[in-house]
Design a protein around this ligand. Structure first.
Ligand SMILES: [Zn+2]
Length: 278
């Protein structure tokens, strides 16, 4: 069932589990995430990042992912991740997305607040959830991208109070798109942020966080964690393996079968790590 996750992520922030949002790039990984979520009876988010939004029109993503989410046996949100473009967010809302992230993290705080507020105002009308970002999480493959590597607690308080976002993404040492190394999480800052704001915290760069740190985060007021790279790697590596193993095979439906199973396994593992009730 389609769900904007407002209540579920709020509950998760105050419980011993975290809702994972997964970046997907097509039908195969989207349906794999939903199958894993159904098997474990967990809510989740199918998320579209900038690379995916550049690859296929947002309207197609909205229709495809919304149909998958509506048929799912568990609550699923269709989420637009890291969007800096007001018009694209409006198009996403019109085409069925149930939550959106406005990323003003590279702007001065006044500008970030102003623009995020414009988005929350429109999104509320359509019952779409809004995620904002204060501080910024760097990318392993885009050197020099980030403005502030760690979120300042005062900024987080001001941002969440003035913007009325549903959740806030913060930077506490994590890095996007890490493949083989892990980031160092600053739990002191995370604690200080959670003690001073009333909104659920979102952590990006989930693939690059140590398993022990992810488990530790379930005890914090983290409501959502974004995961992308580990699924892309699982799908891509298994696909390469299948191509080498079956040099005569040209049918993509057959070649995609094992990679899809690999995504289900990685997704299930992440659901289990993020639930300390297990
Ligand atoms: Zn991110």
């Amino acid at each position: 069932m389609i769900c904007n996750m407002k209540t579920i992520i709020k509950e998760a922030a105050n419980s011993n589990y975290i809702v994972p949002g997964f970046n997907v790039f097509g039908y195969e990984d989207a349906i794999a995430v939903v199958r894993a979520a159904e098997e474990l009876n967990k809510p989740s988010l199918l998320m579209i990042n900038k690379l995916a939004a550049d690859y296929m029109p947002i309207e197609y993503w909205g229709k495809l992912l919304r149909a998958i989410a509506e048929d799912a046996k568990v609550p699923i949100s269709v989420h637009l991740d890291h969007c800096k473009n007001f018009d694209l967010i409006i198009r996403a809302i019109k085409s069925g997305f149930s939550s959106v992230m406005y990323d003003g993290s590279q702007l001065p705080i006044e500008e970030n607040i102003k623009r995020t507020k414009e988005i929350t105002k429109v999104a509320k009308v359509f019952d779409v959830s809004v995620e904002g970002e204060i501080g910024s999480v760097p990318y392993a493959d885009i050197p020099g991208h980030a403005k502030d590597l760690l979120t300042k607690v005062d900024d987080a308080v001001r941002f969440t109070t003035e913007t009325n976002v549903d959740w806030v993404a913060v930077a506490v040492g994590q890095v996007h798109r890490l493949q083989h190394t892990k980031s160092e999480i600053n739990f002191d800052i995370l604690k200080e942020i959670q003690n001073n704001i009333s909104k659920p915290i979102v952590i990006h760069g989930g693939s690059g966080i140590k398993e022990t740190d992810l488990i530790k985060m379930t005890k914090y007021k983290v409501g959502k964690i974004n995961v992308g790279t580990s699924l892309r790697m699982a799908f891509g590596e298994e696909l390469k393996h299948q191509v080498i193993k079956n040099p005569e095979e040209f049918d993509r439906i057959k070649l995609f079968s094992e990679p899809s199973k690999a995504v289900i396994e990685v997704t299930k593992k992440m659901f289990n790590i993020l639930d300390s009730n297990n």
